[in-house]
Design a protein. Structure first.
Length: 241
């Protein structure tokens, strides 16, 4: 037996085997996103909501033009539209996107607890960003930016700026975060936080101005509306920018 010949045959055999087509393992297609159902990684919150088949969105009941519920229970408004677009991004476009949304009624005092108590998956209610809130809930990027205005009685000529609120009682809406801003701007001012429930009347604070409150703090958007539309009619208030 000629050893070199066997070695040569072995080399030829190996070469032929290497040239033969090899059976490759069947590839498993990766699920791709479709317009009907976007794809998310298994560990994401969006995938968990897809699996559950519904997203619970907390919104205010009477907060025109951001969120309002009519007598039939249908929600409308800017923040409601944001909620519907969010649902579309999770579940895909549908003829009736509300079929995958459970609207949760909240007010300013329950906006955060609705999340921490797992009553809602998402809350869209213009929550102000504070260090305290950031420790208990995840906050999104800003989608609405405004400021504050001071509303005072039309007969009050003493209050023209935040510095004039020394020892005065200032009414703010609970959960708005304005009380902290007032304290930072004038620590001599006294804040009284009130919550309005089940009312769409934006003039709800105004009667207090004629009794024992020195001023009311509203965000700049509504303060501007007060000055343009309410004051000319009632003559009860004026604004100090």
């Amino acid at each position: 037996m000629n050893p070199p010949r066997l070695a040569a045959l072995a080399v030829i055999l190996v070469t032929l085997v290497a040239c033969l087509p090899q059976a490759s393992p069947e590839s498993t297609p990766t699920p791709t996103a479709t317009s009907a159902r976007p794809r998310f990684e298994l560990a994401t919150y969006m995938y968990a909501l897809q699996t559950k088949g519904k997203v619970r969105i907390g919104v205010l009941d009477n907060d025109v033009p951001f969120a309002v519920r009519d007598q039939a229970g249908t929600y409308a408004g800017f923040e409601v539209d944001l909620g519907r677009e969010l649902a579309k991004a999770i579940f895909g476009p549908r003829r009736d996107i509300d079929s995958v949304i459970e609207w949760v009624s909240i007010d300013r005092s329950t906006a955060v607890t609705a999340l921490t108590s797992l009553q809602a998956d998402i809350v869209i209610a213009r929550l102000t960003v504070t260090p305290e809130r950031a420790t208990v809930i995840d906050l999104s990027d800003h989608y609405f930016i405004t400021g504050e205005r001071i509303l005072v009685s039309s007969t009050n000529d003493d209050i023209k700026d935040v510095a004039d609120l020394d020892t005065k009682t200032v009414c703010v809406q609970i959960g708005s975060g304005v009380d902290l801003q007032i304290t930072d701007a004038n620590d001599s001012a006294r804040t009284l936080a009130l919550v309005k429930k089940n009312t769409g009347d934006r003039q709800g604070f105004l009667p207090f101005l004629n009794t024992w409150l020195a001023s009311v703090i509203r965000d700049g958007t509504w303060g501007h509306l007060y000055a343009q539309h309410i004051t000319p009619l009632s003559k009860d208030t004026k604004t100090s920018p």
